[in-house]
Design a protein around this ligand. Structure first.
Ligand code: CTP
Ligand code: CA
Length: 229
């Protein structure tokens, strides 16, 4: 037990964290995926459990052992993640969506492996359809007093800087907190360290200094704590 264990400030709280990245099948052997390692969500779950919370981690393709004291529900696709998170959410005090949920999935999944044709010009076309927005659904279904926390990786562009995009996303999603990673300078994906800004629906912004994903997790829980009912 590290220093977290001396501080059971999340005791009696039920926490649901989603982590990792969903994979959307194309055929029995292929999928559309993303680079999320699940490390930040894993750290959030680990730190919450160490601070006394009852934690469920809905893990989409996370290649890490279960954190100590955390119940893990493994999922593959966005639809599976949605079902698992919505099943766990009703009695949770906090739901944290760190998972990289695929925005789209192939419209159809081939029953058999896709094969090449003799003519090299003849290539398959993949049609995509939208996946459900789990965070938005959590917000509409949330229980009284429940906190819903989203994550976003943003880059600045011609339409605005990272914070402008993040503020717009927080408003669009309607969640209580949005943890924003600035990924303009290259990947945080798979790296052990991270830095973030936590934006709140009340307009406040808390800068989280660059540090380990555990340190970012602890800072996120510090922001959550005073907002718990
Ligand atoms: N999210 C979700 N369901 C989706 C997509 C995203 O629950 N289908 C959640 C993520 O887990 C994250 C938050 O929404 O907590 C923000 O994800 P992001 O991809 O940044 O938001 P999008 O609305 O998909 O915006 P973008 O078009 O920038 O990808
Ligand atoms: Ca997205």
């Amino acid at each position: 037990a590290g220093p977290d264990a001396l501080r059971a400030d999340l005791a009696g709280r039920r926490v649901v964290v989603s982590a990792g990245g969903t994979r959307e099948p194309l055929d029995p052997v292929r999928y559309l995926g993303n680079r999320s390692s699940g490390k930040q969500g894993w750290a959030l779950a680990r730190v919450a459990a160490a601070r006394g919370a009852d934690v469920t981690l809905v893990a989409a393709n996370v290649d890490l052992p279960a954190p100590f004291g955390v119940r893990v529900v493994p999922v593959g696709t966005a639809e599976e993640l949605r079902a698992a998170v919505l099943a766990e959410a009703p009695d949770a005090d906090v739901v944290v969506m760190t998972a990289a949920v695929a925005d789209f999935r192939p419209a159809t999944v081939a029953a058999a492996k896709l094969k090449k044709k003799d003519d090299p010009a003849e290539v398959p076309e993949v049609r995509l359809v939208r996946n459900p927005d789990v965070l938005a659904e959590l917000v509409t279904k949330r229980a009284a007093g429940q906190l819903v926390v989203g994550f976003a990786a943003e880059t600045g562009d011609a339409d605005g800087d990272v914070l402008a995009h993040a503020r717009a996303k927080l408003a669009r999603k309607g969640c209580d907190l949005l943890v924003v990673n600035d990924v303009s300078g290259g990947g945080v994906f798979g790296r052990p360290d991270n830095a973030a800004v936590v934006l709140a629906a009340d307009g406040s912004a808390t800068q989280v200094p660059h540090g380990s994903k555990d340190a970012v997790a602890a800072a996120v829980w510090q922001t959550v704590l005073p907002r718990l009912a």
